[in-house]
Design a protein around this ligand. Sequence first.
Ligand code: 16G
Ligand code: ZN
Length: 539
Amino acid sequence: MSLDHDKISKLGEQHPPPANHVYAYGTAGFRSNANVLDAVLFRVGIIAVFRSMKLDGKAVGVMITASHNPECDNGVKLVDPHGDMLDPSWEAYATALANTPLDSLASYCSQLANTLKIDLTKKANIIIARDTRPSGDAMLSSLNHGIESVNNGSVSVQDFGLATTPALHYLVRATNSKGTNDDYGEPTIQGYMDKMVSAFNGLVQGKPSIAPLKVDCANGIGAPYIHDLSEKLQKVNAPLTLEPVFDDTTPGIGKLNNGCGADHVKSKQLLPVGFTPGPNERCASLDGDADRIVYYYNDQRGNFKLLDGDKIASLLSVFIIDLVEKAGLTDTANVGVVQTAYANGCSSKFINAQQVPIKCVPTGVKHLHHAAQQYSVGVYFEANGHGTVLFSDEFINLVKSTVPVMPAQQTALQQLIHLSQLANQTVGDALSDLLLVEAILIQKQWGPAEWDGLYEDFPNRLVKVTVPDRTAFTTTDAERKLVTPADLQKEIDGHVSKYQDGRSFVRPSGTEDCVRVYAEAQTRGQADELAFKVAGLIY
Ligand code: 16G
Ligand code: ZN
């Protein structure tokens, strides 16, 4: 069977690429201003069909989102059948197809199918979802055109409409695992929510409730999800109430990620605009597609305090280490934490002091996810709030086959099972992370200040420097050291050595045309000074 070149060309012509635009499938898929993405969506439709055919008709996911970016942006990424990110070797094919001129599109598709040895008679299953961006509808129709252009009559598409990125990851895995030994759950959004709520309830049943959590959903798709979750929690009398910061279940134009959301709170170290919590009131912000979460509060004196991905990872690892010990599995299971260079030095010191090993990997969820899979229980978090906890199959089997000798051990074993069902095993999810954190706070009966008291962050500063060519900057040692431009690292080291507990690194951004400078030191003034000195070295 061969591809219908006429059909590809005809449909492709309705989605011409803009002149002189070069696309790259990066850590977050394709992402840019929505008005240059039409052709990309069409071509991603083709790649998605090929990927599914190559994998014998297993469902693959397509998520249309630009996450925390401004509302005028959009993006698209592919999800592999197990619910994880697209296999890196296919990123290059997606990039090449996106950059193919219109007149050679059809022939390039055939060439690609040949190179990848795709049996074009196979079935293909595509699962689609999108965030709340106004450009989402147009993106979806370009994507569907792309899928249609290579439809051999056996392509099926399931469109879940507006959904969070992690829900799409869940749906892909649940669809493919349905009816197997590895069944991940009911392949519906409600199925996902019910799975989380029941695992959460298992962890907190009978515990006294804690103060309500205020949730800012960045005026995005997280809002209706939080609303739904909140109702489900009420129905089962869970000891937790969720209160929206904004009336955001009906997204208004221009509101998404605007002065609110996880990225605003983390990178500006500020509250969402227009929101002033009372002293010690626990708050959380999600990003536009709800795969990221940070917590924060105003202390008694009104100082803003951030509880970011590092604080979440620390809370989780303390809790998990304790459970593993109570379950009597310390000698057979290894618990580890995965972070990036952005992890605050104090969090790494704190985690190490709990005898938990830390692995540092380059920025980007796929790197963290992969590294966390090497542990029995792998906690991974970027400081910006992307993360989850992975449980290996061997560990789950071990937990299930351990016969408890004491009631406390039995409880710990059960809680480990609930935790593994609550934590999204495909990708970090703000909702699942929120419930993980809340379950621990409920168990400990902690407010935000007690949690914050685990350790105190080093003051830090992030600076963005625009450069003519960010590819001139290459790194090693999990992005903590520059290889090129030659000698720049030596100069950075020279500055860093003058600050006690000073640390600074420079890395090219994977999502914007700039390089980022990170610095931390013992005082706010020193962190700022170091960051600006290092930024001053960049040309
Ligand atoms: C992408 C990554 C995120 C990372 C960020 C860094 C995924 C799904 N997303 O958004 O993990 O923190 O890029 O951006 O991997 P930067 O390279 O511009 O600093
Ligand atoms: Zn996101």
